[in-house]
Design a protein around this ligand. Structure first.
Ligand SMILES: [Cu+2]
Length: 118
């Protein structure tokens, strides 16, 4: 099971880098929908809706079923991410609807913010 998660993380990371070349096209699409100014200001701190699917305290990994994570070029999928710290792992509850912010921290996709949806 651990092996499977690691493989899927690597795959997703690889596809993010492979998808970088497509980013310009994606941005063009976004501008039409939201306007360039909105996109630029909101991507800095934007939170994304997600559902906690699995919490693994032994590895500090939280599996999220998430919407588009535009800042890291990740489309909607279910995937395990590293939690920022142990308090976040403790707070995360399987089945809970949350809003998350995922960033690449030293090359590791990390949940830097996890808020319960009201
Ligand atoms: Cu992914």
């Amino acid at each position: 099971m651990k092996k499977l998660i690691i493989v899927s993380v690597l795959f997703c990371t690889a596809s993010v880098f492979a998808g970088t070349a497509l980013a310009a096209d994606d941005m063009a699409g976004m501008k039409m929908k939201t306007g360039a100014m909105d996109t630029a200001s909101s991507t800095d701190t934007a939170l994304t809706d997600a559902v906690v699917k699995k919490v693994d305290p032994s590895t500090g990994m939280v599996t999220l079923q998430h919407g588009d994570l535009k800042n890291i070029g990740m489309s909607a999928m279910t995937m395990a991410y590293k939690a920022k710290d142990t308090s976040m792992v403790k707070r995360a509850k399987e089945g809970e609807k949350v809003k998350v912010r995922v960033e690449s921290v030293n090359g590791t996709l990390t949940i830097v913010k996890l808020e319960k949806q009201q």
